[in-house]
Design a protein around this ligand. Structure first.
Ligand SMILES: [Zn+2]
Length: 127
């Protein structure tokens, strides 16, 4: 699953808080967009989002990790949601505009040879 979809799915699974990714010691858990997203995938370990969406560790054109761009400590990321300047849907739109097209491996350098690519090429032939 892509991060943009998981952010929306996970938003109701935790209380929105800034400054941490995911805190499961509270009930319900609290955290930022990335914490909610990994909860949507059933993952509660610290930083599990790195495993689920490896592209978050890649470096953005601003010279920081994509995690830093999207996560709890960036004014264009979740901090903007907490500040009320954008909605969680707008954050998901932003993530959709930057994330890898492959929702299987979630890597920019996708080398998947799995069915989704074959389906795409089949659709292209029939288009
Ligand atoms: Zn892939």
């Amino acid at each position: 699953m892509k991060l943009s979809e998981a952010i929306l799915l996970g938003d109701s699974l935790r209380t929105r808080t800034n400054g941490c990714y995911l805190n499961t010691r509270t009930s319900p858990p609290c955290g930022c967009a990335l914490g909610g997203a990994q909860l949507a995938m059933g993952r509660t370990e610290d930083m599990a989002f790195h495993e689920l969406w490896p592209w978050l560790q890649d470096i953005s054109p601003d010279g920081v990790s994509w995690r830093a761009e999207v996560g709890c400590d960036n004014e264009r990321g979740f901090e903007a949601v907490m500040g009320g300047s954008i909605s969680i849907d707008q954050l998901a739109d932003y993530v959709r505009s930057i994330e890898p097209s492959c929702g299987e491996c979630n890597r920019f350098d996708c080398t998947c040879t799995t069915e989704h690519k074959q389906v795409e090429s089949t659709e292209a032939i029939h288009a």
